[in-house]
Write a protein that binds this ligand. Structure first.
Ligand code: ADP
Ligand code: ZN
Length: 300
């Protein structure tokens, strides 16, 4: 069985793993995201050390990256992290640097497409060909598959920046997206919760009014996503979704917003409990996604 490497490239930390799948992770390491040179070098050093230790070469590596990233195969900046506000990381040729240093094919996609791929192969979306994965954390991002293909296009989806109704009487908070103010991310990300309520999201008790509002925004976004993509399932991950009580609130609100319009049991009945779900791979979706991207890249 060929051995693969995966890099979950996050804005605050990198997680690298070597293995063949979720049941066979041979080694894993995490370190903070510093400069591109230093951070990517640490990843390369880890893979080299593992190859030596295991006595086996890696067949390919995959990178599930924070973005925006260039995924257009014939673009001169394919494989770059492009217009990120993260200092030092603008226009960094991640794929090129890794391919040069390791001499093997490099799979590359967004962190959320990677997580979606892993959930599709090994987690909560097994057997489905059209589904989405949203992460609600420091930002809000979404990826997924349509008809068995990871969603790409002009660039890649930016589901976190959906515009949703914002009742300023109920919620005077103006939103914190630097580009749009009160887009979904501006209203419902972890930092939005903290800015609105003055405490970190993890310190808001379950009976705090923050959570009904949060469920409202996420249900509105899901309403739109369900109408556009017709996903067979929706996976919600990220730090904010550690608040498990959000799931029943979001499901109930999504059902009432859709108002019976889409005639499938998953949206009409209790079956919605299997429709809006947490990631089965939990916090491992990211790095397993990177590994899955490596397994899909053409080799040889
Ligand atoms: P990142 O998005 O940076 O990869 P996370 O998905 O962990 O990382 O998201 C971090 C955000 O999630 C922070 O804004 C934090 O306040 C929030 N968060 C983390 N844990 C919890 C929790 N248990 N409950 C609510 N919010 C949380
Ligand atoms: Zn925005």
């Amino acid at each position: 069985m060929p051995l693969y490497g995966g890099i979950e490239a996050g804005g605050t930390k990198f997680v690298c793993a070597v293995g063949t799948g979720p049941q066979d992770i041979r080694a894993e390491v995490r370190f903070p995201t510093t400069t591109p040179q230093e951070t990517l070098q640490r990843a390369v050093d880890f893979f080299r050390a593992q190859e030596a230790l295991l006595g086996e070469p890696l067949t390919a590596v995959g990178v599930a990256s924070f973005g925006p990233v260039d995924l257009i195969p014939d673009s001169p900046t394919y494989g770059f992290i492009t217009s990120t506000p993260k200092p030092g990381w603008r226009n960094v040729d991640v794929v090129g640097l890794l391919r040069y240093a390791l001499g093997i094919p490099v799979g590359f996609d967004t962190d959320v497409n990677g997580a979606a791929l892993a959930e599709g192969l090994w987690g909560a979306a097994q057997g489905l060909d059209t589904f989405i994965y949203l992460t609600i954390g420091t930002g809000i991002g979404g990826g997924g598959m349509v008809g068995g293909n990871l969603i790409h296009g002009l660039l890649h989806p930016e589901m976190g920046h959906l515009r949703i109704p914002h009742d300023r009487e109920r919620d005077p908070f103006e939103g914190c997206c630097p580009y749009h103010g009160d887009c979904l991310e501006g209203l419902a990300s972890g930092p939005a919760l903290e800015a609105r309520w003055g405490v970190r999201a993890e310190h808001l008790p379950p009976d705090h009014p923050a959570w009904d509002l949060e469920a409202e925004y996420l249900a509105l976004a899901l309403h739109n996503l369900v109408c556009v993509l017709s996903p067979q399932r929706v996976i919600l991950g990220g730090g904010v979704m550690k608040q498990e009580h959000l799931f029943p609130r979001i499901r109930t609100r999504l059902r009432s917003l859709l108002n019976g319009y889409i005639p499938v049991p998953a949206l009409l009945t209790q079956e919605i409990e299997t429709y809006v779900v947490p990631p089965a791979l939990g916090d491992r979706a990211g790095v397993l996604g990177a590994l899955a991207l490596a397994m899909r890249v053409p080799t040889g």
